[in-house]
Ligand binder design. Structure first.
Ligand SMILES: O=C[C@H](O)COP(=O)(O)O
Length: 331
């Protein structure tokens, strides 16, 4: 399957608010790429030290991070009741006292989306009705992607039909190991088509991909096939989101923007639990891509437990005291 090629834009013509339409598969955009592992690791290690953000600035950054969280539950024992409680948290993540202390009573922030398994989509859609918060659903045989393609596509159609506005697909890792770029492109393009108006986030499962070159190539193929976001991990791999892997994906986002004029979103996910993690990834985005990529339409953090630590840090900012983590249940 070949998506219709879009004319490549002049680099300075930015399709800011336009959804990534994809391009034809263009091997020349990534086939000969080299990634210098030690340079990537060095740059990633210095990034968190590049900005010192304290006090009210830190509080503002943490509120920004909160608005970018895909508040997630992807557990075998998920129930509609748990999803309902998570959605209540998503709509009102900060207590009245915290909102008052932060001066946000008039515009209380909400998270970016709630992310659940397909069968939990109806419960999430019902609970979030009228809030404007989108429901994201993992699909396509999450977390491995090892079911037949027609079933994976049907899963997308099911979740979209139940009201999911965003679909987090997983790519077929074997196609990356075998460098089967046309096949990977075709699968992701078919998934994008099955999504219709729903936005597609392509999970690369970078912990499985073996090399940073593979991470760059899989990022490019996913974007060329029309992904609205590229996402690091499912949260189920042995190694999930890391700064070096994120840096490589972000350079791919930058190169894709230069080549096509499309801004594609980025979602680190898996193992991100602390306010410090949130700060590190915000700094990475700001340093590498600039202010525009700090909005929820281009940046999400996939996390099941980070919100609690953000709340604790904001509480410390407002009251000068830390509360115990158990006082911030998610669902
Ligand atoms: O997509 C989101 C991830 O599955 C969440 O992973 P986590 O439970 O390690 O935060």
């Amino acid at each position: 399957m070949q998506r219709s090629a879009v004319a490549l834009a002049e680099p300075d013509v930015l399709r800011n608010s336009q959804r990534n339409a994809g391009t034809a598969l263009r091997l020349e955009a990534f086939e000969s790429v080299q990634v210098n592992l030690s340079a990537v690791e060095r740059r990633a290690a210095t990034l968190p030290t590049r900005r010192t953000v304290k006090k009210e600035y830190q509080a503002a950054w943490l509120v920004k991070a909160l608005t970018c969280i895909d508040l997630t539950t992807l557990a075998g024992d998920d129930t509609p009741g748990r999803v309902q409680r998570l959605c209540a948290k998503a709509m009102r993540p900060l207590s009245d006292a915290l909102l008052k202390g932060l001066g946000l009573e008039d515009e209380p922030p909400t998270v970016g989306a709630v992310c659940v398994y397909p069968t939990m989509v109806p419960a999430a859609v019902k609970a979030l009705k009228g809030s404007g918060i989108p429901v994201a659903s993992v699909a396509t045989g999450f977390p491995t992607g090892l079911t037949p393609l027609p079933q994976r596509l049907e899963e997308i159609r099911y979740a979209v039909g139940e009201g999911a506005g965003e679909i987090d697909i997983v790519i077929n890792r074997a196609l990356v190991f075998d460098q089967e770029w046309q096949a990977l492109y075709d699968e992701v393009a078919a998934m994008r088509e099955a999504c219709g108006e729903a936005h597609l986030k392509a999970i690369l499962a970078t912990g499985d991909l073996k090399t940073l070159r593979n991470v760059y190539k899989a990022s490019m193929v996913s974007m060329q096939a029309g992904a609205d976001f590229i996402k690091t991990s499912t949260g189920k791999e042995d190694v999930n989101a890391t700064l070096p892997v994120s840096l490589v994906m972000i350079r791919a986002l930058r190169d894709y923007l230069d080549e096509t004029g499309y801004r594609v979103g980025f979602k680190p996910a898996g193992g991100l639990k602390t306010a410090k993690d949130a700060m590190n990834w915000l700094i990475l985005m700001k340093e590498e891509l600039g202010r525009r990529w700090l909005e929820p339409d281009l940046f999400r953090i996939g996390a099941s437990s980070m919100l609690a630590d953000i709340e604790r840090q904001l509480e410390h900012f407002v009251t000068g005291r830390y509360s115990a983590a158990y006082r911030h249940p998610m669902a």
